[in-house]
Design a protein around this ligand. Structure first.
Ligand code: UDX
Length: 444
């Protein structure tokens, strides 16, 4: 029996996928309401393929949900910790939840149980947990996840590799064996290496994106096209074609927190790692860059300007708003006086203001969001934005300019509808440096 503690997107995906591989799985969560909904087959998050796996597991009896960590952990040979490790505010992951759960379940673990950390935790946490559990018969294994929100099920079932790290290599190999049906290579390491792999991996990808976003700004300045540049770069397998899409900066629940945490780990150990600070700074500049485009599109000032936003989530395919670049851009626009109305396929209600986002009115469809706006800004790459009727948008939009930070609006179709697209990473058709203003003066 495998226990999965924590039914967030990582825990739920892990539990449902392990059950689909034929393992009996019990998931424990502290939130009774969530547990009851899951028992009824209701999936509380937007995750492609997850409802189907959950229903199959429930029907086959291989997947069950119980209230509380102990109720799940006491029955299992393997206990996966899939708990939140939020940024503690000082750049360090806050491990209070992990430590509290470990203390709670330790006395109840079966003899010879293996405790597996899936949560992203600072290097040294497996050693700390081993000391806290204080049971020679219980091994601790770090098994970081590489799941992208929105495609977590696919990522789980088709992994590039499985990473298992422990100072008890036999326990690490036993955890790797749970994934054997997937046929992926297993990377068996020390606990510290496995923990560092996760941070280095996420921070490296964030750095790749910060680099691309800086190239995008440079491409605009020199008259190049970032998509052509990255296409040319990506053919080299040392770089690879994926994760090269320029945008309004990277966000989500992992990259920002893990990049900051790795910088802090380096600091704590007195190891200079200036690339990380530059990666974070470049990400702020990427958001500024989009806000600058919107201001220019609005004629130089956003004071009182109605601005329509398409997309609020941190990327398409998820309903997650955590550390969303779209909201960071919104915050910049609102700070300059813009009045925001948004549409996002995954967000059904107005957003109240918080510390890092302004209040945003949410419309029921992309056209209503665009109504009366001076500028329309595309901030998330939802596929439906590619097929919106731009003539209908042009009919309701007050201004003539669409700032497309995700490269989803067809410039020719927009032009036919009388709209000028301000793209990211290249000059637009109507860029003043490239061609004369179109009739109607649609220039950003
Ligand atoms: C990430 C990692 O990819 C995953 O392996 C890890 O375990 C958890 O963190 P996720 O947070 O779901 O997954 O987001 P991801 O799909 O990686 O995107 C992160 C951010 O980068 C998003 O804001 C996205 O829009 C942006 N991005 C991604 C780009 O701007 N361009 C790209 O080419 C890819």
């Amino acid at each position: 029996m495998i226990a999965v503690i924590g039914s967030g997107y990582v825990g739920l995906t892990t539990g449902a996928c392990l059950a689909s591989l034929g393992h009996p799985v019990v998931c424990g969560d502290v939130d009774l309401d969530k547990v009851e909904r899951l028992q009824r087959g209701e999936v509380p998050i937007l995750e492609d393929g997850l409802p189907e796996l959950l229903h199959a597991g429930l029907a086959a009896g291989t997947l069950e949900f119980v209230h509380g960590a102990v109720a799940a952990a006491e029955r299992a040979e393997y206990v996966f910790l899939c708990l939140p490790t939020p940024d503690g505010g000082d750049g360090r992951a806050d491990l209070r939840i992990v430590h509290a759960v470990v203390a709670e379940i330790a006395p109840h673990l079966r003899p010879g149980a293996v405790l597996v950390t899936k949560s992203t935790v600072p290097v040294g946490t497996a050693a700390e947990i081993t000391a806290a559990v204080d049971r020679p018969d219980v091994a601790v294994v770090s098994n970081p996840e590489f799941l992208q929100e929105g495609s977590a099920v696919r990522n789980f079932l088709h992994p590039d590799r499985i990473v298992v790290g422990s100072d008890d290599r036999a326990a690490a190999a036993a955890v790797a064996a749970l994934y054997a049906p997937l046929g992926a290579p297993a990377v068996v390491t020390s606990a510290a290496s496995a923990e560092l792999i996760k941070y280095a991996f996420n921070a490296f990808l964030a750095t790749k994106l910060s680099f691309v976003n800086a190239v995008a700004a440079l491409a605009e300045a020199v008259g190049a096209d970032v998509a052509e540049v990255t296409h040319g770069m990506g053919f080299d397998e040392r770089i690879g074609p994926r994760f090269l899409q320029a945008g309004p900066g990277w966000g989500g629940s992992c990259f920002p927190k893990d990049t900051r945490a790795l910088a802090t780990i380096a600091d704590d150990h007195g190891v200079p790692f200036p690339v990380l600070a530059a990666t974070v700074t470049a990400n702020e500049l990427a958001k500024d860059h989009v806000a600058d485009k919107v201001r220019r599109a609005a004629g130089g000032s956003l004071a009182g300007a109605p601005v329509a936003l398409w997309g609020l989530t941190f990327k398409a395919g998820t309903d997650d708003l955590r550390d969303s670049p779209a909201l960071a851009v919104a915050q910049r626009l609102a700070a300059e006086g813009a009045v925001l109305t948004a549409y996002d396929p995954a967000i059904g209600a107005d957003l109240p203001a918080t510390a890092d986002r302004p209040a945003i009115r949410v419309a029921a469809d992309p056209y209503r969001a665009a109504e009366g706006a001076a500028v329309l800004v595309v901030l998330t790459e939802w596929p439906e934005f590619r097929t919106v009727d731009l003539a209908r948008v042009a009919a309701v939009l007050d201004g003539r300019t669409v700032v497309d930070a995700r490269g989803v609006v067809d410039e020719d179709v927009a032009a036919a509808a009388g709209l000028a697209v301000v793209p990211l990473g290249r000059r637009g058709r109507f860029d003043p440096d490239r061609s004369p203003e179109p009739a109607g003066g649609a220039v950003a």
